[in-house]
Write a protein that binds this ligand. Sequence first.
Ligand code: PLP
Length: 417
Amino acid sequence: MSLALLGGVPVRTRPFPLWPDYDGQEEADLLRVLHSRAWGGYHPSVAELERSFAELHQVPHAVSCVNGTVALEVALRGVGVGPGDEVIVSPFTFVASATAILLCQGAPVFADIDPQTLNLSPAAAEAEITPRTRAIVVVHFGGHPADMDAFQQLARRHKLALIEDAAHAHGASWRGIPVGGWGDAGTFSFQAFKLMTAGEGGMIVTRSSELADFSWSYCNQGRRRDGGWFEHVRLGTNYRMTGFQSAMLGAQLRRLPQQTEARAANVCYLRKGLRDYPGLTLADDDPRVSGHPYYLVTLRYDPEGFSGVPRDLAIKALQAEGIPVKPTYPYPLYRNTLFRKDGNLLGRYKGWSASQDYENLALPAAEQVCRDGIWLSHNVFLGDREDMDEILHAIGKLHRHASSLLDVKGVAGQELE
Ligand SMILES: *Cc1c(COP(=O)(O)O)cnc(C)c1O
């Protein structure tokens, strides 16, 4: 049977589980907020969500806000990042991990990733520390926790603040301790495709009551928790989550553990099946990972294992078979116009200068995964074994017929332009 991209019958036409997911619980909880007429940020479900989110992450404090970008910005402000401070961050992440630093008038300094876990490499991060370094932002990429033993030590040794961007990592844990509570603060996103969502939303978790109070106050117009409505003790703004969001997120949070389990079982099965295809590999998790929600599964593609078919053509072929694979980020963050000289970043803020020449930066492990990575996202793993078998079947079909893609004049060239 020929490849679907060349007119054959696709392996699969059924859709994978849809995301976002919801049931009657969200419907009932949304109506409860509607009928209460307390639609704003002080609906009781906001405090309830903060309590249960803090409990899941085994920290005393959780403060909600409008989105994950703002959560990161507030946490950075809370630990004192300001004009001219350098903050070390991974270049293989969503842009918000770095722009939140810029919004505090700090300077992102990119260090390379570990090729196995795709998280910031502790050794590469350490090499970038200067007297101006103020903090490290670690991203638990795809849900795989970063090496929190190494980062905690590094932060202590150099007296740096440690912030965890846990936008991919709801419920993830490292050596039995949930992410978010390892650093000074952890931040989460509830954006539409994240593991828990109300369309938008964010959360800051911390062990520090000062940081929690600052975060709450900053998100609530500089008020004091016990102060008057018109009493403002610091510069703040309105970053409040609404009651509608927190009501939906309460339902999503209750569903998270069983979804995490389902995804882990399916990833485990897929990993075993992939051993038949040396051209497509899924790295083992670090043995110290005790909870992994598999927000993104990154496969590494080697054309050698598929008759020399380039990655992007292999992706097209698998998509035609009904498998929703995607290429990774097209390039590391520092290649964005924002970070190039013509992006006018340098000199935008008084006292700002990068110790790093973004223009000439090329961090090998980050560059490599942008070339050879293939993503499968979390919703794909919410179904059953048959879904995994069909993914493996499609990969097997591509493996057997890969050379036929190269035979057809025009296909390879056309797809790669
Ligand atoms: C989604 C995401 C954010 C930002 O979250 P928003 O809620 O969309 O603002 C930050 N960091 C990472 C790694 C993300 O994936």
